[in-house]
Design a protein around this ligand. Structure first.
Ligand code: UDP
Ligand code: MG
Length: 365
């Protein structure tokens, strides 16, 4: 049996072009000439995304769609898709064609023929992005690399993961995830595939500058405790400064040459209080993350699902039992959803040989 591919596509308010995107992705997936499924995760869209998926279902037999109860964010949508996926390899790609589906055959070849466990598409050119967002992205990746020791430059969420990697990712217990950072952290053999980012197929990007800032802060905080060292370093710096200033103040006082002190005091107060508040903010970020983690809420909740069946498609509203199963899965009690994997080929001849887990390489498409 030929190993099967699952393609996970998070979609949030993408009604304007979803039909075009899915037909295009489907065309390239069908050309792979192997079993595949398209798993579209509607991340609580407010537009017609879900009804379009209903309309498309009869025409695309490989389509499976999940509807999240509200907008849980792209990370949760990716997670939901990975849990539902049954393929021997899983590709995660955006629904706006900014992750070009024509790379699919090359990605599958690098995985299946060259035995890489992870194929990561990296942005060679960031398309029509503004100078400001390019600068912001560059600064973030530089800060991320320095703080976490993981270089993510130009990386994207467009990745193919072997089943082993998917299972390892789903076994991570944390709620705050950063997909494109965590996959390299897992350490499996990875190859990069550069691509030019085309314009969106329609609609507009869902990230506001504030959301991007939050995403960047979350990415760093969920990955590294280095910012906490800043608090200690700033504290030590100020201690040294305070000792020097104290000695200087005592000497000038004793020699009767004490300076008029008001502006100095104001300045010192402003500097120390801003450093104190900044430090409290950094500590607060980590406390907030710990708070979110210990609450252990489900990462997402499912509202409805469109599932392919051999004859026709069935729309299943979520029963309490199924939601409980999902919640358990999302809470990390089980590694994967108990959904039978109609696509999975676990036969010995289809299991992949053990791989070098720590090599990385880069290839042109
Ligand atoms: N997306 C999502 N949930 C969100 C925001 C975005 O599922 O809360 C999806 C979106 O539908 C798209 C992908 O994530 O398929 C990338 O989003 P977008 O194109 O807005 O981001 P950009 O390409 O600008 O990074
Ligand atoms: Mg996009």
């Amino acid at each position: 049996m030929t190993p099967a591919i699952s393609i996970v596509i998070p979609a949030y308010d993408e009604a304007s072009h979803l039909e075009t995107s899915l037909h295009e992705i489907h065309r390239h997936a069908a050309a792979l000439e192997r079993p595949f499924e398209l798993i579209v995760v509607d991340d609580g869209s407010c537009d017609a995304t879900w009804s379009i998926l209903h309309q498309l279902a009869p025409a695309i037999p490989e389509l499976r769609a999940l509807s999240l109860a509200r907008n849980f964010g792209k990370e949760a949508a990716i997670r939901a898709g990975l849990e539902a996926a049954g393929g021997d390899a899983v590709v995660v790609m955006d629904s706006d064609l900014q992750h070009p589906p024509h790379l699919l055959p090359r990605m599958v070849e690098l995985w299946h023929v060259r035995n890489y466990m992870v194929v990561s598409a990296i942005k060679q050119h960031r398309g029509g992005e503004s100078l400001v967002s390019r600068f912001a992205a560059k600064s973030f990746y530089r800060a991320f690399a320095q703080l976490t020791g993981t270089a993510l430059k130009a990386s994207s969420d467009y990745k193919l993961l072997d089943r082993t990697v998917v299972d390892a990712y789903l076994a991570l217990p944390e709620r705050n995830t950063f997909f494109r950072g965590l996959v390299p952290w897992l350490g499996y053999s990875e190859v990069t595939l550069p691509f030019m980012v085309p314009d969106r197929a329609g609609g507009h990007s869902k990230w506001s500058p504030l959301q991007l800032l939050r995403l960047a802060a979350d990415g760093i905080v969920s990955f590294s405790s280095a910012p906490l060292q800043f608090v200690t370093i700033a504290g030590l710096g100020f201690l040294a400064f305070a000792v020097i200033l104290a000695v200087h103040t005592i000497i000038t006082k004793l020699t009767g040459a004490a300076a008029e002190g008001f502006p100095t005091v104001i300045l010192l107060m402003l500097i120390t209080s801003s450093i104190t508040m900044l430090s409290l903010g950094i500590v607060g970020q980590y406390v907030a993350k710990i708070y979110e983690e210990i609450k252990a809420r489900p990462r997402y909740l499912l509202k409805a699902e469109i599932r392919p069946t051999p004859a026709t498609f069935q729309v299943t509203a979520q029963t309490p039992a199924r939601e409980a199963e999902r919640e358990q899965s999302a809470a990390g009690m089980t590694l994967r959803s108990a959904t039978p994997n109609h696509l999975r080929s676990d036969t010995p001849q289809n299991r992949r040989p053990s791989q070098d887990r720590h090599s990385a390489a880069s290839l042109d498409p």
